[in-house]
Design a protein around this ligand. Structure first.
Ligand code: GDP
Length: 364
């Protein structure tokens, strides 16, 4: 599955947040998870549309889609030079699809701040710098290789070196690779490097419980600092989230949330934002045995989307029957939709839309 890596300096609240994620997974008691490493947490993606379908179809079971979070602890200043097992952690980051960067926006004199004071912008830059240095290393190696090829008169290699140098300059001036101004097709040149700072990112501002709704001056500073990155900032209190995640009873949980003036947990907001960050959308299958949500990338065509269920569905794809959720709600059932001409028959070129209810026809 697709993974988000949780990064940040020590003592910012990463483990606390990760613990909340790990307990939240208990919600899906009958979910067919495979067991994975202890630093990977699988959570279900909350989706109101599943509840709507459940009410209409009354299936035996409902299976939500999931997203994985990886706890990447231990990133410190000097990591790019191997400090504090730096290389191991950087290798972990290389494997994830998106980054969730936790920054400390809470004051607490009892909890040591590694840099001496609460300063989310400085903290963020420390981490960014380590990742940028690592990326610079990758870029410089590729430049060396390609300069040799370019010297032998290879025009393509020469062009590639120019593009690589744009990234090098950007990184050296403190930009993340994702913020370097290049053409979309230029990204091909660095694709094989799996740069750390090119991965999509969102920030979690970990605040005190009294600041959950209002934010605070640290959150404002952080928002200002990341404005040019177009990155989302999620404000939550990790300590409260780990308490929220403990509730099994939905009503008790709602009660607890309302005591803090919340209508939704910060974790749910984070999951939704991470899903969006990964450019994912959901389609549904709806039958009396099972109503289920499936995750695909935005822009996938019907056969590829079918392949998520089973490779045979992709290989033997014939056509897809597609119902819009709004029609399903209006006509109450698949049969109702059929009678009213609301089932579209789509072929191989159909681009699956978020919320589509799909039924695939295939050859075996
Ligand atoms: P990590 O090193 O980033 O994984 O940080 P931890 O999750 O271990 O948190 C470091 C310390 O900060 C622990 O003592 C937590 O209990 C505390 N902490 C985490 N989140 C909050 C918070 O939102 N408010 C307060 N006051 N303390 C927190």
């Amino acid at each position: 599955g697709l993974q988000c890596g949780i990064v940040g300096l020590p003592n910012v609240g990463k483990s606390t947040l990760f613990n909340a994620i790990s307990s939240a997974k208990a919600e899906a008691a009958n979910f067919p998870f495979c067991t994975i490493e202890p630093n990977v947490g699988v959570v279900t993606v909350p989706d109101k549309r599943l509840g709507i379908l459940e009410g209409l179809v009354k299936p035996q079971r409902v299976i939500p889609t999931v997203i994985e979070f990886v706890d990447i602890a231990g990133l410190v200043k000097g990591a790019s030079k191997g400090e504090g097992l730096g290389n191991k952690f950087l290798a972990n980051i290389r494997e994830v699809d998106a980054i969730i960067h936790v920054v400390r926006c809470f004051e607490d004199d009892n909890i040591v701040h590694v840099a001496g004071s609460v300063d989310p912008v400085f903290d963020k830059e420390v981490i960014d710098t380590e990742l940028q240095l690592k990326d610079l290393e990758s870029i410089e190696k590729k430049i060396q290789r390609f300069e040799k090829i370019a010297k032998s008169g290879d025009a393509k290699a020469k062009k590639d070196v120019e593009i690589l140098n744009k990234f090098k300059d950007g990184l050296q001036s403190g930009l993340n690779a994702r913020s370097v101004d290049v053409e979309k097709e230029d990204l091909e040149v660095v694709r094989d490097l799996h740069l750390l700072t090119i991965k999509p990112v969102l920030y979690v501002a970990n605040v005190d419980e009294k600041n959950i709704l209002t934010g605070n001056k640290y959150v404002d500073l952080l928002r200002e600092a990341v404005k040019s990155e177009n990155a989302e900032v999620i404000v939550l209190c990790a300590a409260i989230e780990s308490q929220i995640a403990e509730f099994e009873d939905a009503d008790e949980k709602a009660m607890f949330l309302s005591e803090y003036g919340l209508d939704e947990s910060g974790l749910n907001k984070l999951i939704a934002a991470a899903y969006k960050l990964l450019d994912l959308i959901t389609y549904f299958t709806a039958g009396v045995q099972e109503v289920r949500a499936w995750t695909i990338k935005k822009g996938w065509k019907a056969p590829q989307a079918a392949g998520v269920i089973h490779t045979d569905f992709e290989r033997g794809f014939i056509k897809a029957e597609v119902i819009k959720l709004s029609d399903y709600e209006l006509y109450k059932s698949e049969a109702g939709c059929r009678e009213n001409g609301k089932i579209a028959i789509e072929g191989k070129e159909y681009i699956v839309q978020d919320g589509d209810i799909m039924h695939f026809r295939f050859n075996v």
